[in-house]
Design a protein around this ligand. Structure first.
Ligand code: FAD
Length: 302
């Protein structure tokens, strides 16, 4: 069996693997796609100490760094079940069962998509999901934010500080964001809010040049010319496969303490799949390191 088995090979999992392996303990990592969300990212400008890199390049260097240590890497495999017996057992979709004394869950998250024409085509070409990451690319430009919940309105306020103009598109008749955020939003001069509207299409040629939406009451369609669209309709943790083996919050995020312990001893969690407020590469890396050090501490005490 492994001493530590890490499930998920994004920034959190890679960091956990390196920190565990450096303790000289038997470490394994299983990942469906090594690199995780980083593989889908173009430019990265906020990984401190690296002025600029690109997702695929960072994913490759994460893997090279892990391979520098004695870590069993199992790629292209999905975990489908977790059980705690004498050891913790992780069952893969191919039927294999991996056993370990401690497990670190780092299966990340995914942005919910609006699923309209143009979204996929112009991803990273004007369609963005992370205002902290891509906001500065739209300095002086016009953008839309799809989604009027807390994350959408926070994004709109954030973007209003850099972009020339921000349009918020909300599907429901009211914004769902906290009142204080709405007040702040409505105090800004360069923001327009449309409620009860449905996004129909993100238009462009090579890159985004506009958005089409319809009024849900009258059916009337409107087209706006703009350069960027931020989709802010929620982030979903990749934790469905866990069922109720570990405690999760209503968003599906795994609940951990400040040592990344879940409610089950020997099972830790790190990165975007936990109940932490901000989801970023550097935060996930720190979280993975914290979880691995906690797992090591657990192993020497048990
Ligand atoms: P993930 O990166 O989501 O990795 C999860 C890992 O778990 C993957 O290996 C996946 O294959 C695996 N996995 C999932 N389920 C299973 C399963 N059942 N069995 C086995 N393996 C499984 N952050 C920044 O800091 N800067 C940026 O510029 C930036 N830009 C972004 C742009 C885009 C388009 C996106 C989508 C995200 C961006 N982010 C950015 C956010 C950043 O990518 C994430 O915060 C970070 O990747 C989270 O790392 P993680 O390891 O927790 O999870």
């Amino acid at each position: 069996p492994f001493d530590v088995l890490i499930v998920g090979g994004g920034p959190a999992g890679a960091s956990a693997a390196i920190y565990a392996a450096r303790k000289g303990i038997r470490t394994g990592i299983v990942a469906e796609r090594f690199g995780g969300q980083v593989l889908d990212t173009l430019g990265i400008e906020n990984l401190i100490g690296t002025k600029y890199t690109e997702g695929p390049k960072l994913a490759q260097s994460l893997e090279e760094h892990v391979k520098n240590y004695d870590v069993d890497i199992i790629k292209g495999q999905r975990a489908k079940n977790l059980t705690k017996k004498e050891l913790i057992e992780v069952e893969l979709e191919n039927g294999a069962v991996l056993k370990s004394k401690a497990v670190i869950l780092s299966t990340g998250a995914r942005w919910r998509k609006v699923n309209v024409p143009g979204e996929e085509e112009f991803k990273n070409k004007g369609v963005a999901y992370c205002p902290h990451c891509d906001g500065p690319l739209f300095k002086g430009k016009r953008v839309a934010v799809i989604g009027g919940g807390n994350s959408g309105i926070e994004a709109a306020i954030d973007l209003a500080g850099v972009a020339e103009h921000v349009t918020v598109l909300e599907f429901l008749t009211e914004l769902k964001a906290d009142a204080v955020l709405q007040e702040h939003l409505y105090s800004l001069p360069n923001v327009t809010v449309y409620k009860n509207v449905q996004t129909k299409e993100i238009t462009g040629s090579g890159k985004v040049n506009g958005i089409t939406f319809s009024d849900r009451e009258t059916g009337e369609e409107k087209h706006l010319e703009l350069e960027g669209v931020f989709v802010q309709i929620g982030l979903a943790a990749n934790t469905d496969w866990l069922g109720d083996t570990v405690n999760r919050n209503r968003l599906g995020e795994i609940i951990v303490d400040n040592r990344n312990n879940t409610n089950v001893s020997g099972i830790f969690a790190a990165g975007d799949c936990i109940d932490s407020p901000y989801k970023q590469i550097i935060i996930s890396m720190g979280s993975g390191a914290n979880a691995a050090l906690s797992a090591f501490d657990y192993l020497i005490r048990n």
